[in-house]
Design a protein around this ligand. Structure first.
Ligand code: NAD
Ligand code: TYD
Length: 341
């Protein structure tokens, strides 16, 4: 049956990749993207789909009850997928307030509208960061869905707050919810404040590559398309009220990622500069994806060695996209965060 899906945050990194995935795979679905177009949202990312008859873009804030309720009334969505969030840990350390507002209160607004208009599924896109971190010397430990919530940064705390509220709306009001908690994504349209695109952009400009601390921190990297496919599987086959961890058993230390980028671009490792560590820096994230594999048959398809090559190729072929970003207010951000670090 054709469905109408409201995708919030669809002008950002993962949301836009999800919009492309859904329009491609389900041509009879109607996809409505609701996005505030903050510094991280970019309408040009959606250019190739803006004229599709089954796609609509609406510029609005998920915290704006009037706008959200009006859109739900008009579109009567079957499904809501909430990607909209403030997503950068470093920014949350500088200014936590907007993280609490968007990530928690925005989620509440969307769920209130979902209740009122009787959506059949509200999906919350969450993160493995809600589990806090794992020690570097215990490679046998992984995050399962049963791992206690134990956050480190204002970002992860705001995402955890939202997750708890989502589960409360399920238990208290019977809202049909699902939650995915994914590891670090990489791929096309990744905003250049994040590790991989930042290092690609700096390396291409022969600028220093700022590695926090000793570069020993470990992240579990997943190609963005695999994350989109996991959410698709949860929407169509997942059980209501459940949390699904999404990750690829692809753990890498930051320093190794930066070295791979140098090698792929033919740039010298002497560009690597160790800078002051992030406050409260999580040591290691690692997902146990057994539940989503066994229940929904989802597995990552792109290996890191291939995904990183594809990603670098994309940044080389789409310089106009990211150069427009780093020429704007990003310059002030970069100076503030890295100027005398
Ligand atoms: P992003 O920062 O690239 O995009 C966020 C999008 O949300 C932007 O388009 C922005 O304009 C929009 N937005 C922000 N505030 C809004 C508001 N108040 N109302 C409407 N739109 C608003 O983020 P991303 O990396 O694509 O992450 C998307 C989601 O996935 C987030 O919820 C994030 O917590 C989660 N997540 C990200 C990762 C990752 O590695 N990037 C991993 C796991 C989970
Ligand atoms: P990031 O991409 O911000 O994602 P997250 O903090 O959500 O995992 O950072 C990934 C890792 O890279 C993290 O351990 C911090 C580190 N990092 C750097 O060393 N230098 C940088 O300039 C950035 C942005 C991140």
């Amino acid at each position: 049956m054709p469905k109408t899906i409201i995708v919030t945050g669809g002008a950002g990194f993962i949301g836009s990749n999800f919009v492309f995935h859904m329009l491609d795979k389900y041509p009879d679905y109607r996809i409505v993207c609701l996005d505030k177009l903050t510094y991280a949202g970019n309408l040009s990312t959606l250019e190739s789909v803006l004229n599709k008859p089954n796609f609509r873009f609406v510029k609005a804030d998920i915290c704006d009850r009037e706008a959200v309720f009006a859109l739900f009334e008009e579109e009567r969505p079957d499904v809501v997928v909430n990607f909209a969030a403030e997503s950068h840990v470093d920014r949350s350390i500088e200014d936590p307030g907007i993280f609490l507002k968007t990530n928690i209160l925005g989620t509440q607004t969307l769920m209130d509208a979902s209740r009122k208009f009787g959506v059949e599924r509200y999906h919350q896109v969450s993160t493995d960061e809600v589990y806090g971190d794992l020690p570097l010397d215990r490679p046998d430990l992984f995050f399962t869905e049963e791992t206690p919530i134990h956050t480190s940064s204002p970002y992860s705390s705001s995402k955890a707050g939202a997750d708890l509220l989502v589960l409360a709306y399920y238990r208290t009001f019977g809202l049909p919810v699902t939650i995915s908690r994914c590891s670090n994504n990489y791929g096309p349209y990744h905003f250049p404040e994040k590790l991989i695109p930042l290092m690609i952009a700096n390396a291409l400009a022969d600028k220093p590559l700022p590695v926090y601390g000793k570069g020993e921190n470990v992240r579990d990297w997943l190609y963005v398309e695999d994350h989109c496919k996991a959410i698709d599987a949860i929407l169509h086959k997942g059980r209501v009220g459940e949390v699904y961890n999404v990750g690829g058993h692809n753990e890498m230390a930051n320093i190794d990622i930066v070295k791979i980028i140098c090698r792929e671009l033919g740039k010298p490792e002497s560009l690597i500069t160790f800078v002051t560590d992030r406050k409260g820096h999580d040591l290691r994230y690692a997902i146990d994806p057994t539940k989503i594999r066994d229940e929904l048959g989802w597995q990552p398809e792109t290996k890191f060695a291939d995904g990183v090559k594809k990603t670098i190729r994309w940044y080389l072929d789409n310089e106009a996209w990211w150069k427009a970003i780093i020429a704007g207010e990003y310059r002030d951000y970069y100076e503030k965060m890295y100027g005398d670090r």
